[in-house]
Design a protein around this ligand. Sequence first.
Ligand SMILES: [Zn+2]
Length: 144
Amino acid sequence: MIESRCKICGRPTIAKFNVDGQNQTEIEAVQAAVDKFLPMLTCNPCYDAHADRQNSGQVILDTCISLANSSGKRREELALKSTRILAAAIKTYANAIGRQYRAEAKYDEKAFVALLIDRPEKCSETLAQWRNEVRRQTYANTTP
Ligand SMILES: [Zn+2]
């Protein structure tokens, strides 16, 4: 067992490894694997939050790409259909980044959905900006 820190939240995490090297070469190979994976280690809550964020972020991105690639009547129809999908995905996303940064990811659902539908090509930027705001809030909370 090796004590490490979660690369996302920095909390102490314990990694369990099955070390059953028979000779020096095998032991060295295990050690190299441990050295390689240790910096990538995350605690379980962070891992789950990360997976939720990835999945919901992908839904938001896919929806926005479809919107960005449509126009006229088709885009209007798509925007209507996307509202519920985006609202649900944003909710999951907010929850995930909130867990990840131990802060509350506040947002106005209607305004956020409208922003994404209005400027779907800015989707990645919009999400990144939001993440940065929530992350800043974390630091503000932890700064004495
Ligand atoms: Zn963590």
